[in-house]
Write a protein that binds this ligand. Structure first.
Ligand code: NIG
Ligand code: FE
Length: 413
């Protein structure tokens, strides 16, 4: 099947050769072609160029994109989109003055979601999650990382991971699966955290590996959750199974998690609302992608990741949604990009680079996703008629998407 798109007002994120990420000052550059065409063959980008360069093409479908902008779909490298129920009562508790930490300390938070998930069947969990996956695809997400971590028992972690596997099989977007057994300490292990870590290491990891359920391993490295020593124990065993780390670090406190992650060759370090000079130094000369989650900062009212500091240090960063029921109940990457511009003072070019090519890098898929490059997947957002791409983050409350194309096919949900 061949699709020709013509009269594209502007084709964004055009990269002639495959680059895997963009860093520092280069993040300010978003290469584009005005008045462009794009040719799709089956699931891949086959060609593109200026309209005046267009040659005779035999096609099955033609799309006229007059007045519209096309960009690669968002690559959301950090989500907890598989969960049961919601936590809107805790949201109201926070409005009344309780902190996220206080809610967690009284048995709410992640443990609350774990209880709901343990009481939900695999099929029901799949149905609830699939609704959200369809919503985010309609909002332009074409690659998605999904974490476990609301199971917190062997059986329930496996249930979550099997649901993620089904999503991987049933959708044509790219899906990457991350094991986050170390997300919180279950109540029954409150006074014996090591016993839970032993369950992770001795029971969960071997089963997950034998069922071939995950691509990555994650730990919530934070005071009150998992320490540096706990994190290191888990990552060491994870590496024996070949699981590359992507770690929750520096959400509330900076105490060396970034350096530890880099030491273990983490693909990404995520959150970084707190970031000090030692963290920046550890990231330099590493291949670890820093990932900012502005929807979480927005929702919890905590600091935003200092992306300008990362850029000034010649580092890259990616943007992701953190879609989860407790700290970011939204998977809208358009909002993420907009909030990054508004609150983190990154430019639209930097934000779009962060949410496309660098997001793809943070999932290990930037060879095939994240830019308009011949041979990459034809995963595209076609906007409505808008004055310029600045308008996307600027007019933050509206949906500017006309069409989403995944693997060369228009999405009809
Ligand atoms: O990334 N910080 C840890 N995990 C999630 C929140 C989980 C929850 O509150 O359910 C996050 O923000
Ligand atoms: Fe998270």
């Amino acid at each position: 099947m061949t699709t020709l798109i013509i009269n594209i007002k502007e084709l964004l994120q055009v990269r002639d050769s495959t680059i895997l990420k963009v860093s520092g000052k280069d993040m300010a550059i978003l290469p584009s072609i005005k008045n462009a065409f794009l040719l799709i063959k089956d699931d891949l980008i086959a060609d593109y160029g200026c309209m005046y360069e267009l040659y005779d093409v035999i096609y099955d479908e033609k799309i006229d994109a007059t007045g519209k902008i096309i960009l690669p779909t968002w690559c959301d490298s950090h989500t907890h989109i598989v969960y049961a129920g919601n936590r809107e009562l805790e949201f109201v508790d926070r409005i009344h003055g309780l902190s996220y930490e206080e809610i967690a300390n009284r048995g709410g938070g992640i443990l609350n979601s774990a209880k709901a998930l343990q009481n939900t069947s695999e099929d029901e969990l799949y149905e609830q999650s699939v609704k959200r996956v369809k919503e985010v695809i309609k909002l332009g997400t074409g690659a998605l990382e999904i974490k476990s971590g609301y199971g917190l028992s062997v059986e329930s972690e496996l249930k979550m991971l099997r649901v993620i596997k089904r999503i991987k099989q049933d959708f044509t977007i790219a899906v990457k699966s991350t094991f986050l057994g170390a997300h919180a300490i279950p109540l029954e292990y409150k006074n014996n955290k090591q016993a839970y870590i032993d369950v992770i290491i001795n029971d969960m990891l071997p089963k997950i590996s034998s069922e071939n359920l995950v691509d990555f391993i994650d730990v919530f490295c934070e005071n009150g959750y998992f320490s540096l020593e706990d994190t290191e124990q888990i990552l060491k065993v994870g590496s024996q199974y070949g699981f590359i780390p992507k770690i929750h670090v520096n959400q509330f406190n900076a105490f060396g998690g970034v350096a530890l992650a880099v030491k273990h060759h983490a693909l990404s370090v995520d959150h970084l609302e707190e970031l000090n000079e030692d963290d920046i130094a550890a990231l330099k000369n590493s291949s670890t992608m820093p990932v900012a989650l502005p929807s979480c900062s927005y929702f919890l009212g905590i600091p935003y990741t200092p992306a300008r500091k990362l850029i000034d240090a010649d580092l890259p960063f990616a943007l992701a949604s953190d879609y989860n029921p407790g700290s970011a109940p939204s998977g809208n990457m358009n909002f993420v990009v907009s909030t990054a511009c508004i609150k983190m003072k990154v430019t639209p070019e930097e934000a779009i680079n962060a949410a496309t090519i660098n997001g793809a890098y943070a999932m290990g898929i930037s060879k095939d996703y994240g830019s308009i490059t011949i041979g990459k997947k034809a995963n595209l957002i076609i906007t409505k008629e808008i004055p310029s791409y600045y308008y996307l983050p600027y007019a933050f409350g509206d949906n500017h998407i006309d069409k989403v194309i995944i693997n060369g096919k228009t999405v009809h949900y």
